[in-house]
Design a protein. Structure first.
Length: 413
């Protein structure tokens, strides 16, 4: 296949990357950013594309450095870092992705519960039963296999992009000047300084634009399809998907920020709702929007659940293989992974922990290790990857990676 020619398969992968990234993250991103006023939003606008593109390209190149075309990130990690180092990387990879699945199970359950109460007028549903039904339905879809999941996500993405843009446009009549009254370095509505807000927004941004779970699958596809031109093609697919992400997401984020106050965002965080569900409840005069917004939120989080399950399954399967000295069959590993994922996701959805706390203290920092630190370490340590060195860019990525990881330390104290 000609690596210089863009084809239908490239488009499917580009949309799958977008679909994996744009889910719960973008629906919670405006909340953290909006509480700090205009300055955090402008900082995010400047940083979003370079931090997303360079980090995911570096991770992809790490996987492309595998000796066999079919080697995914867990196999490549073991080849480079040895059995112990490879196992450590696999565990990190799993714990970078698995908490995000839990975020989606919580977010979808809250979204459906809020929709039933506020838009349909029902009494609050039994959360234990509701969370069971939702997680069971999601797990049923992912059990159809990777090909079905990828095609499902790519099919949903175009309608979702359209609806996300329409939602942003729909909010324009509600725009006000409150955002521009909050150009200040004073503490925000939670009493946090602007520097703390900027610190905490970074892991949320890493999470919102994260599509690392599907990068390993993309790298394997490009190695098998394009051979020596795999890096060139993979970089182009990642770049196009990232441009699409930043344009759509930042327009949506700014539209939300233009129609709410920092205090509104604080309430949304306390209610543990995605921004579309909060907006649907907040603007009761927008009846059609109020009905559609929670449905869009459900689709967004559902499709991202599918994409992240591919990465979580990859990681947990490899952990099971390590534990059994590679004696466990793939079928048994898939079965155990499915059961563990279902039970944990169901119980966490029932318990309803704060989504943004999970992102700030677990998901974002561990993702930063996988995305920002590990690929750079490998590129500078192993001669086979030395051709990917870009010192100036690598230094910036390292600094922001350390900042993102430091948020976990901040949250502890």
């Amino acid at each position: 296949m000609n690596p210089n020619k863009w084809n239908k398969t490239d488009t499917v992968w580009m949309l799958s990357l977008f679909g994996t990234a744009i889910g719960a993250g973008v629906l919670f991103l405006p909340i953290n950013a909006g509480m700090g006023g205009l300055i955090p939003l402008l900082v995010m606008l400047v940083l979003a594309f370079p931090l997303t593109f360079f980090t995911h390209r570096a991770l992809c190149r790490f996987v492309l450095g595998g000796s066999e075309k079919s080697d995914d990130i867990t196999v490549v990690g073991q080849n480079y870092f040895g059995k112990t180092g490879g196992f450590t990387l696999t565990v990190l990879y799993f714990f970078a992705i698995f908490p995000i699945l839990l975020v989606y199970s919580v977010g979808i359950t809250n979204n459906v519960s809020s929709f039933m109460m506020h838009q349909l007028g029902y009494a609050e549903p039994n959360r234990l039963i509701l969370s069971f039904v939702i997680v069971a339905a999601l797990m049923t879809v992912v059990n159809f296999g990777e090909e079905v999941v990828v095609k499902t996500m790519s099919a949903i993405v175009f309608p979702f992009i359209t609806i996300l843009v329409i939602s942003a446009l729909w909010l324009i009549p509600k725009w006000n000047g409150v955002l521009f009254e909050n150009i200040s370095f004073e503490p925000n509505v939670d009493g946090q300084s602007i520097w703390v807000v900027l610190l905490l927004i970074l892991p949320t941004m890493v999470f919102a634009f994260n599509h690392s779970p599907i990068i390993s699958s993309l790298a394997v596809h490009c190695k098998e399809t394009y051979g020596d031109n795999a890096d060139k093609k993979a970089s182009k697919i990642i770049a196009y998907s990232n441009i699409l992400m930043v344009v759509v997401v930042m327009f949506f984020v700014f539209s939300c920020a233009m129609c709410l106050s920092p205090e509104d965002f604080r309430v949304a965080k306390a209610q543990n709702l995605p921004i579309l569900s909060y907006l649907a409840n907040h603007f009761e005069d927008m009846k059609v929007f109020a009905m559609l917004a929670p449905i869009v939120a459900f689709v967004a989080m559902g499709k991202s659940f599918f994409g992240h399950y591919l990465g979580a399954k990859e990681g947990l399967n490899r952990i099971l293989f390590y534990a059994s000295n590679n004696k466990m069959s793939l079928k048994l590993a898939n079965g155990i992974t499915g059961i563990i994922t279902f039970v944990v996701a169901w119980l966490v959805a029932y318990k309803d922990p704060n989504v943004l706390d999970i992102i700030e203290s677990i998901g974002g920092p561990i993702l930063a290790i996988i995305l920002y630190i590990m690929p750079l370490y490998a590129i500078y340590k192993f001669p086979k990857l030395a051709k990917y060195k870009t010192p100036a860019v690598d230094f910036v990525i390292l600094i922001f990676g350390l900042i993102a990881i430091s948020t976990a330390i901040y949250k502890l104290f």
